[in-house]
Design a protein around this ligand. Sequence first.
Ligand code: DGY
Length: 331
Amino acid sequence: MTDLQRSKLLVTRTLPRLSQARLDKGFDGVDIVQWKEDRAIPRQEFLKLAKGADGILCLLTDKIDAELLDAAGPQLKVVSTMSVGYDHVTVSELEARKIALGITPGVLTEATADTTVLLVLSAARRLREGVDAVIQGKWGTWSPTWLLGSQLTDKTVGIVGLGRIGVAVAKRLKAFGVQKFVYHGTRPKKDAEKEVGGEFEFVDMDRLLKESDVICVCCALTDKTKNMFNYEAFSKMKDTVVFVNTARGGLVEQDGLIRALREGKLGSVGLDVTVPEPLPTDSELLSFPNCIVLPHIGSGTLETRTAMSEIAIENVLSGIKGERLPHPHDE
Ligand code: DGY
């Protein structure tokens, strides 16, 4: 980088190795301040370190709201989050102050879709119960009736949000012999349907809930989608349904999910995201053998996390220079 006045860049965590090495080498004209502890930056520390920053490279664990922007000051030009989701950012506040927002679209599609399939199969084939049985010495002789799960062949899969990740999930699941995809979202997506191939139908939420054997949640968390999966929604699902959420915990009204599980309304559940994160170990959600919970590792491969952090760096450097971001949130 050249021609920069000295700028301050705040980075809220240690990044994957290659990107961290770039930060350690530094950028011309940029003073980097970094929170390097292996835990989310505490709020008070964040407010303190943000002061005077021209750019902030943050994570989905860092709340970016009016208070933080006030603490940073009027020179702040860009917030670059190392995530595709930006529900932790109050976008209206950034827009009002003309602060650019960068995200990391595209590069985590494959890893997140892989994790979605991992959870579909794990939930459908009762992986948690099987592994627990082996570890706890409950594995008896082979039995024709023990630990029977379900398979995807000839089934209907419902996808909520047929965006990049939804399409990648559908492509993968198609290979397991799925008969039909139903999907719901803001509008029908004929191009996406064509890209995957096979039978697709854009349906209302009610039909999706009632007709799906497997439901994959792949949409963004917004004011409109918050808590869209509540007790009422779970009650409409088949009692054999495989319900998987790899998007955001806030899409699910968790008490409603727990009640539905308690009442045996759901076949099996796979979650990569919860409210809160981390989920307390005494959460009732963890007591159901037919519910598998992962610790938000959907994008957790070295390749993907490196690609995400590289994009986040490019976004923040462009923003500091006053240039258009390579990956703004609104594209
Ligand atoms: C994102 O980028 O929003 C993902 O949740 C990270 O895994």
